[in-house]
Design a protein around this ligand. Structure first.
Ligand SMILES: Nc1c(NC[C@H](O)[C@H](O)[C@H](O)CO)[nH]c(=O)[nH]c1=O
Ligand SMILES: CC(=O)[C@@H](O)COP(=O)(O)O
Length: 158
């Protein structure tokens, strides 16, 4: 790699940051574990508990609506959406996944703050358990780290 390339710097310092989390209640065993992982990681990175705000919604379809309100409030440095969409017998899985993915992506691309996508989309419960800290890694914790990293990158890009 050419040594003259300029790389924007970022870091994982969460001190002083205010983070909002929207979490779906559908598949609550999985999503509460995602939430726990996200909150624990945020605190480990220096975000104070009183600076973490959580809103629960019925399902993943409702996540972008709450995330937008978090963004529009201008009270937060980042927003994380957490959910677990698990395939059933009908195409409803695709409807929900498409809606939450496109809605969250639009907010992330158009908003002034990072909006982080932490919605599991799995074929079965075991796959969800394996990605929510119940039987393996925790995507909620991963999203928390991404949120802090992106806030600090955006500060460099300002
Ligand atoms: N099947 C799952 C859903 N379905 C519910 C929708 O997200 C939504 O709440 C409903 O259609 C009313 O608007 N939600 C999940 O989060 N996960 C699922 O597996
Ligand atoms: C993702 C869903 O909406 C799904 O869990 C619903 O199950 P089904 O397709 O069997 O109604």
């Amino acid at each position: 790699m050419n040594a003259n390339v300029n790389f924007y710097k970022t870091n994982l310092n969460g001190k002083g940051l205010k983070v909002a989390i929207a979490v779906a209640e559908f598949n609550t065993t999985v999503t509460e574990s995602l939430l726990s992982g996200a909150v624990s990681k945020l605190e480990a990175l220096g975000v104070l508990a009183q600076d973490i705000s959580v809103a629960r919604v019925p399902g993943a379809f409702e996540l972008p609506g709450v995330a937008k309100r978090f963004v529009d409030s201008q009270k937060f440095d980042a927003v994380i959406v957490l959910g677990a969409v698990i395939r059933g017998e009908t195409p409803h899985f695709d409807c929900v996944v498409n809606a939450v993915t496109s809605g969250t992506a639009a907010l992330a691309a158009n908003g002034k703050i990072p909006v982080i996508f932490g919605v599991l989309t799995t074929d079965n419960v075991d796959q969800a358990m394996a990605r929510s800290g119940l039987k393996g890694g925790n995507k909620g914790a991963d999203c928390a780290e991404t949120a802090v990293e992106m806030v600090n990158l955006y500060k460099e890009l300002a």
